[in-house]
Structures are given as C-alpha cells and as structure tokens.
Design a binder for this molecule. Sequence first.
Ligand code: ADP
Ligand code: ASP
Ligand code: MG
Length: 409
Amino acid sequence: MALIVQKYGGTSVANPERIRSVARRVARYKALGHQVVVVVSAMSGETNKLINLAKEIMAEPDPRELDVMVATGEQVTIALTAMAIMDLGIKAVSYTGAQVPIWTNDAHTKARILDIDDKKIHADLDAGFVVVVAGFQGVDENGNITTLGRGGSDTTGVALAASLKADECQIYTDVDGVYTTDPRIVPEARRLKSITFEEMLEMASLGSKVLQIRSVEFAGKYKVKLRVLSSFEEEGEGTLITFEDENMEQPIISGIAFNRDEAKITVLGVPDRPGIAYQILGPIADANIDVDMIIQNVGADGTTDFTFTVHKNELNKALTILKDKVQGHINAREIVGDDKTAKVSVVGVGMRSHVGIASQMFRTLAEEGINIQMISTSEIKISVVIDEKYMELAVRVLHKAFELEEDRG
Ligand code: ADP
Ligand code: ASP
Ligand code: MG
C-alpha cells in the first residue's frame, strides 16, 4: 500500500465529465489498496474570470479581498470532486486550505506555505477516506485566506506530499509530461522520460509553466518523488523528476525555456565610479522589485551603460523610481525602458562537462539574424534576451540545432 498525492490542474477538472474521470482514476488507485489525497485547481479559466471580475470593481484589487474571492474557484472543484468520488461508492471528504489548515505567511496573492497540519488528513486516510484538498490556497495566522501565486496548486500538491511523506506526488495536466520545450510552440517537442530536479528548477524559473517553481523547490528540499502525467490518458509513465545521481546517462541539453515576462531598462551615460550599481539598484530593491539579469559596459569616454531586467508588470514603477530618485543624483544621460523583449534559455546539466554550447547557441541565432541583447549563464543554463518578435523562431531553431526532437532513448 502506498500513499499517493494526485494534483489535477484546471483542464483536468474543467467540467463534470472531466471530474468524473478524475474520480475514476482515484477509484482505480483505491482498488489497488493505495491511500489517495487529491489536490485540485479551479476549473480552467475560472481564476482568470474571478480576477477580471474584481478588476471591474477596483482597478488594482485589494490583495486580501482578491484572495477571499479567487479561493472560491478551488472551493467549487473540491466539493464536486468529492461528490464524484462518493458517487462511485468510495468515502471522500473535501477541505479548503484553511480547513486543513495549510498555514502560510500573510503575503496575499503570493503567500508561502509555512506549515501543514496534516493530522486530520492522516486520520481520514486511516478511516478509508479519499481526502480532496483545495490547491493554491492557505490561511495566515490571523485567519485570513491567502493564495500562493498563479499555478500554485502544484505547490499545494508537492507540499502536501512532503508533509504526508507520500510515496509519490503525481501532477496531472493536459500534456503527458515535461517536454523539451512547450509543445504549443514546437510541435516536434519530445517528452522527457526523466529530468533532473536541478534542470526542472531552471526550466520552471526560466518560464516553463508546466510546474510552478515553488513546487519544484519543495520537491528538491524534501526529496518528493514527483511525476508529471496527462489526465487525458489512462496509461503513461509521464516524466519523472529525478535527483542527479539516479541518472547515469545525461543529454547535454534537456530543454528550452522562454518567457515574455521581462522588460529591459537601460541607464545611459552613467559615470564610471564605485557605488553606481548600488545607487541604481538600491532604490529598486527598496521598492521590492525583483531584478533578474544585469550588464554594465564601460565606454571609451569613461561613462557606462547599465542595463537590467525586471518583470514587465513592474517596468513603469521601476522607471518612475529611476527618473525621480536616481537620474539626477548620478547624472545619468537617459533612462529607457523596453518591454518588447523575451528571454530564451537552453538548460542541461550536461553543459557542465561540455564546452561550446554557448557558441553553438549564438551561432544558431546569428544565422537567423536574431540579435542578442543580453546574455546570462549559470553552470547548467544559458539565457539570452532578444526582441520579442523573434522568440518563437529562436525557440524553434535552437530546438532543432540541439537535436532535441530526436529520440535518443
Ligand atoms: P495545469 O492547469 O494542469 O496546471 P498548466 O497550463 O499550468 O496546466 O501547465 C501545462 C502547460 O504547460 C502545457 O499545456 C504546456 O503548454 C505548458 N508547457 C510549457 N512548457 C512546457 C514543457 N517544457 N513541457 C510541457 N508543457 C509545457
Ligand atoms: N487556479 C489557480 C490558477 O489558475 C491555481 C492553479 O491552477 O494552480 O493560477
Ligand atoms: Mg499549472
């Protein structure tokens, strides 16, 4: 007998028939003698609908009230899922995040899970129930409903699996695993039988939304056995997230990630003296704006251009801070923002032991006439910022250049 956590995303609970299909899978696992905890998202499109509704009332919705509201999406699906399971003659009970409770901090709309009180769940499982838990939500110490950020049900699933010491956490979605890149962009993309936790962490943080990054962090920290599978198929091994030493044979590049979420800010004509980077980025950090890539070039005239990226949602806020608080202070000539950018990254642990990956990437982009605006690297990834309009082309040509479509067993 194993304890299994199954998380179902929005398309997997999109309508009554899909929910019945979830119940049938749960029943199959129960019939094999397993204990099952189910985590569900809201029906697909529901969270967006709720957020848009809130925006019709308040342009920038109050975060606490927004959480009260969007958490209702998952409250609907837990009850329906529990009913569908009961309808098959299996005992089931549903809980909201606050009922478990899943304790979080009070950072509304992007709360972090601090602790899960799983006594009730264990007792229910021991009594033969399937427990259905709302994804994406928790409760803070003052009883306020919180949510975990978009895609947060993945994190609920993995955090519950960690807390319950589950044998496996299965993430059911609308693709049958983690692919070499988003199959919606590259139809030739190939499912990976396995991917290392480190690579998955990079892929998620660089834009592959198949798993929320926090869920991958949890899986790494608590060594949760994590598998991504399709809820649209009965069979299938999906993709297993492994820890590196379990994987003998590693491809050099495992996947390509991309995102359109970052904007670029350039501060031009900055005097080249100590402390400048701090004077530019200090006020940005004080405003809680995350900075990703940074480059600085010293020109022949002794001034420098300082370029960095922020989330597109925070571009205007960052530009206002720089123009109001920084430009005059450091005597910069000009500050320009560009939100027509995209970041494309190649990821693979095999890069550690192979040279020439960066040059192959840059050559491939050059052959298509794609200009690279910024570059950043780590041991297992190379990222470039390019013009947004070339993003899909870049992903496709890199996918081909690194021979990712071919099955190498
Ligand atoms: P869910 O609602 O089940 O959480 P998501 O939409 O959040 O589903 O995640 C699944 C989607 O992630 C897929 O439909 C796919 O388009 C996208 N995706 C992005 N990158 C990848 C990748 N490397 N492998 C598989 N899917 C990916
Ligand atoms: N329903 C939430 C969202 O759409 C959480 C999730 O689906 O994981 O972001
Ligand atoms: Mg998701």
